[in-house]
Ligand binder design. Structure first.
Ligand code: HEM
Length: 140
C-alpha cells in the first residue's frame, strides 16, 4: 500500500511496438505507477483496507517468479531492484524481532482507528506525520 518508490525508474523503449491496441513509438519515456497498481480494485478486494491476511495462501509473489504483476514493491521486469535478496531478510529479521520481544501501544491514548497513514509524495514516499508508539517488553 505504501511503496517507498511509488513511481519506478523511467524506461525508454528502443523499438516501436503495440500494446493493447496502442502504438508505442520507439524512444517513448515510460513511467510505471507501482503505487496505483498496488491499489487497483480490478486486482485487489478493498485495496485501501489493511488486511495482511490477504497474502496468506495466495499465489501473489513479489519476487515475480510467477510473472504476476499486481504487486511490485521491488519493481518488475528485467530492471527489478537488485537489493531484493538483501532487503527481504533484513526487514524480516528486524520486524520479527520487534514483534517478538515487545508489545506495542499507540501513545497519548490514541486508538488504532485514529491512526493516520497519510503519505507525503515525492520521488520517494514516507509517512506525512511521525508515528509514536510505546514498546512494552514481552517475555513469553
Ligand atoms: C524494502 C527495501 C527496498 C525496496 C522496497 C526497494 C524498491 C526498489 C524499486 C521499486 C526499485 C525500482 C525498480 C524498477 O524500476 O523496476 C529499486 C531499484 C534499485 N534498488 Fe531497491 N529497494 C529496496 C532495497 C534496496 C537495497 C537494500 C539495495 C542495495 C543494497 C537496493 C538497490 C537498488 C538499486 C541499485 C536500484 C536501481 C536498479 C536499476 O535502476 O537498474 N534496493 N528498488
Amino acid at each position: 500500500m505504501h511503496p517507498p518508490v511509488p513511481l519506478l525508474v523511467p524506461r525508454e523503449n528502443s523499438e516501436g511496438c503495440e500494446i493493447n491496441g496502442y502504438e508505442i513509438p520507439a524512444k517513448t519515456k515510460i513511467i510505471i505507477n507501482a503505487w496505483a497498481i498496488g491499489r487497483d480494485p480490478k486486482y485487489w478486494n478493498e485495496p485501501e483496507k489493511f488486511v495482511p491476511e490477504r497474502f496468506l495462501d495466495t499465489k501473489v509473489d513479489y519476487n515475480l517468479k510467477d510473472s504476476n504483476f499486481k504487486f511490485i514493491p521491488f519493481g518488475a521486469g528485467r530492471r527489478i531492484c537488485p537489493g531484493i535478496t538483501f532487503a527481504t531478510p533484513v526487514l524480516e529479521l528486524l520486524i520479527s524481532n520487534l514483534l517478538y520481544h515487545f508489545d506495542w501501544k499507540l501513545s497519548n491514548g490514541m486508538k488504532p482507528k485514529e491512526l493516520d497513514v497519510e503519505e507525503s509524495f515525492g520521488a520517494t514516499m514516507r509517512r506525512k506525520n511521525d508515528l509514536y508508539v510505546v514498546p512494552f517488553k514481552y517475555s513469553p
